[in-house]
Design a protein around this ligand. Structure first.
Ligand SMILES: [Zn+2]
Length: 142
């Protein structure tokens, strides 16, 4: 019987970094097109609205965690325009990073050097728990 092929951690991290950078480009292009389309539609409905005006629009907001039971490390937040159904913004929150889990101890002399080098690539962008999110207030400034 063949044993499962296990990917080296460094290879996995390199691939995740590449996927993440491409995701950001695709997402930002798609969201920019959606925002422009929505802005144009509202401009057609009310010609007083200028191209660069900030407008109040009704949106739907939803958030979901990867797993039930408040143990998930990954959350996705989505903002959808009420009139068109276009997705205007997506945020992915992550409170887990494999590299941080295998990092040197904070007491280790190498920790500060490691942390400074790792910071730009760290997968964590949220330090709370999944249960903390239920009381958030949403403020949108786009
Ligand atoms: Zn990290």
């Amino acid at each position: 019987m063949d044993s499962p092929h296990v990917m080296h951690l460094k290879t996995y991290q390199r691939i995740v970094k590449q996927v993440w950078s491409h995701k950001d480009l695709a997402t930002s292009t798609s969201q920019l097109q959606a925002v422009e389309a929505v802005h144009e539609l509202y401009h057609e409905c009310d010609p007083i609205i200028g191209c660069d005006d900030i407008i109040d629009i009704p949106v739907s907001y939803d958030s979901t965690w990867h797993k039930r039971g408040h143990t998930s490390h990954f959350d996705v937040d989505i903002i959808v325009d009420h009139m068109t159904g276009l997705v205007l913004d997506i945020a992915v929150l992550n409170n887990y990073c494999q590299a941080c889990k295998t990092a040197p101890s904070e007491e280790d002399l190498l920790f500060l050097t490691w942390k400074e080098k790792h910071a730009p690539d760290c997968g964590c962008n949220y330090t709370g728990r999944s249960t903390d999110r239920s009381t958030w207030t949403l403020v949108i400034t786009r």
